[in-house]
Design a protein around this ligand. Structure first.
Ligand SMILES: O=C(O)CCC(=O)C(=O)O
Length: 287
């Protein structure tokens, strides 16, 4: 449950950190399952429906940058995405009717892991209204050196930035074109078991991991049930099966939100790491 200050902070700034949401036992279980996935990746040679594999990956040195759709792959991740504490927090921010949208687990190994360029999730998936957010659960303690999620406070109220390069949607914006001063960025450092929350329009990014500890961030995205996707096709039974609290509706709520469609796709549109290559290195060039 969030208090009124936390809710007001989220509404004003477009992000929030909540500590101690997951217990040590729950974290141990999530990390054990994740270890298992990383171990199993040793025999994988290229990205597939489970893994986004990074450069230098080998049997001896697994380099998994992302486990795709973890909540659909394993019961432990699935249960985490519907954790009763999370559901209460989501009800405070999205209202009584909430649908799970999708999940991903981003891993930055010690001594690397790709930086993620500045972007808004909204640029990837516009809906009829913007009552959507992403929860990031840190599976490891994350300090400034470990490539924490960074956000630009208040950017959720601004325009949808241009995420195209040479006419192709690349899923990242040119940092020079961001109106807000990037020095205002806030690094969301927190202990394992804490969650970050960012609004779907909040500009965010992260550096590579320069620390001595792996950085695992399990991300879950949610929407109010009356927010309907503008790009992805809806299969009604599957769509409604993802409602985690409240009721479905056939009446999407439309609000005056800025929209820019993520089209045409980059060649490797299924990987943010590949599609952002066109602007890679720009966000943190001076870091
Ligand atoms: O893993 C991160 O630091 C950023 C995650 C993110 O923004 C994304 O995967 O879209």
């Amino acid at each position: 449950m969030l208090n009124s200050e936390q809710i007001a902070f989220y509404r004003d700034h477009g992000y929030l950190v909540v500590e101690n949401v997951f217990s040590e036992t729950e974290l141990a279980e999530l990390n054990a399952v994740t270890d298992h996935y990383v171990e199993a990746s040793r025999v994988v040679t290229d990205s597939n429906s489970v893994y986004d594999i990074g450069p230098g990956h080998s049997h001896g040195t697994p380099r998994v940058r992302r486990i795709k759709d973890p909540a659909d792959q394993h019961d432990v991740y699935h249960a985490a995405s519907r954790h009763p504490k999370l559901v209460k927090i989501l009800q405070c921010l999205l209202g009584p009717d909430v649908r799970f949208d999708h999940s991903k687990l981003n891993i930055k190994p010690v001594g690397g892991g790709a930086a993620i360029e500045w972007h808004q999730d909204w640029a990837f998936y516009p809906f009829t209204n913007d009552d959507l957010l992403a929860v990031g659960l840190y599976l490891d303690d994350c300090n400034e050196d470990n490539g924490p999620l960074q956000v630009l406070p208040g950017s959720h109220r601004g325009p949808v930035a241009d995420h195209h390069h040479d006419g192709i949607f690349v899923g990242a914006c040119d940092p020079d074109a961001i109106e807000q001063d990037l020095n205002q960025a806030v690094a969301l450092t927190a202990k394992a078991g804490s969650i970050t929350i960012h609004h779907v329009r909040t500009l965010h990014a992260s550096t590579e991991n320069r620390g001595a500890r792996e950085r695992r961030l399990l991300l879950f995205s949610y929407a109010a049930t009356d927010a309907w996707p503008l790009v992805d096709k809806v299969e009604l039974d599957e769509f409604n099966s993802r409602i985690i609290t409240g009721a479905p509706t056939l009446a999407p709520r439309q609000t005056a939100v800025p929209i820019r469609l993520p089209l045409p796709h980059a060649e490797r549109a299924d990987s943010i790491f590949e599609s952002q290559e066109a602007v890679a290195g720009r966000s943190f060039a001076e870091a």
